[in-house]
Design a binder for this molecule. Structure first.
Ligand SMILES: [Zn+2]
Length: 267
């Protein structure tokens, strides 16, 4: 909604209990409860598993190993969540993390993220969206307040227009042909959080830049990767990652010194 500019959010936040502060210090309007968000995540995850076949076990072990290392450095509440990881057999380079602790990576992403550190930057970024409550914020600001609630209360599920929109709000729309791009603000915030998470877990944060260069290279050949339709603005993204690199490198060196040296063999 156009009227929900930052100043409007601030004004609303002065009068509503539904306000929060994101991990990077932004005021946010969050109208849905954690329980509602987790239920949306669960529904979307179940739907995705119905629609896309499972990948191979070796790829799952690889993704699980990286996810475990990152989950280990999350704030306590999210660390104690039961994270479920799945690999899906699809050439579309796509990945998502959902409220409630649901993580999915398509095998196509493993061709673009060519080592554990690059894949850690994808997973860290996606978990960054969850930590910063971006799905809740999107649902709260896109005239979708009724959407979340109606989807949850209706039995019609994901095939309904509400269900499709739900996938979009959760950043999974690309698979369903209804890409609802994350805003630049959400993207850079997820990048910042993800870069910090991967460094804390002992993954080389410099590889986050290489990952995006690989994404760009993959998009010049033909149709751009599905993930890019929901994750726009590559150039500013690389600039933002570079701007945070000194701090991320210091965090990384410290983590390595403390014995965080993840070793997830790529299948
Ligand atoms: Zn993103």
């Amino acid at each position: 909604m156009r009227w929900l500019r930052p100043f409007a959010v601030t004004a609303l936040c002065a009068s509503l209990a539904a306000c929060a502060t994101s991990p990077t210090g932004r005021s946010q309007l969050l109208l849905l409860s954690d329980a509602e968000l987790n239920q949306m995540g669960q529904q979307a995850f179940a739907q995705y598993q119905q629609d896309v076949p499972m990948g191979d076990q070796a790829s799952l072990r690889y993704v699980q190993c990286i996810t475990d290392a990152i989950v280990d450095v999350l704030p306590e509440r999210q660390r104690n969540q039961d994270w479920q990881v799945r690999v899906f057999k699809s050439d579309q380079p796509n990945a998502f993390a959902l409220p409630g602790g649901y993580m999915g990576v398509n095998t196509g992403m493993l061709d673009i993220a060519t080592n554990q550190d690059q894949l850690a930057s994808v997973i860290g970024h996606e978990i960054g969206h969850v930590l910063a409550n971006h799905a809740n914020e999107r649902a709260s600001t896109q005239n979708a307040t009724s959407l979340g609630l109606s989807v949850i209360s209706s039995a019609s599920g994901m095939q309904s227009p509400g269900g499709q929109q739900l996938m979009g709000v959760l950043g999974m729309g690309a698979q369903y042909g209804i890409a609802l791009p994350f805003s630049r603000r959400h993207e850079s915030e997820a990048d910042t959080i993800g870069q910090n998470l991967m460094a804390q877990a002992g993954f080389d944060p410099r590889e986050s830049v290489t990952l995006w260069q690989n994404m760009q290279a993959a998009s010049t050949g033909g149709a751009p990767p599905a993930w890019m339709s929901t994750h726009p603005s590559q150039d500013q993204r690389i600039d933002g990652l570079q701007a945070g690199m000194d701090q991320a490198m210091a965090t990384y060196e410290q983590a390595r010194g403390q014995g965080r040296t993840p070793n997830c063999p790529r299948p």
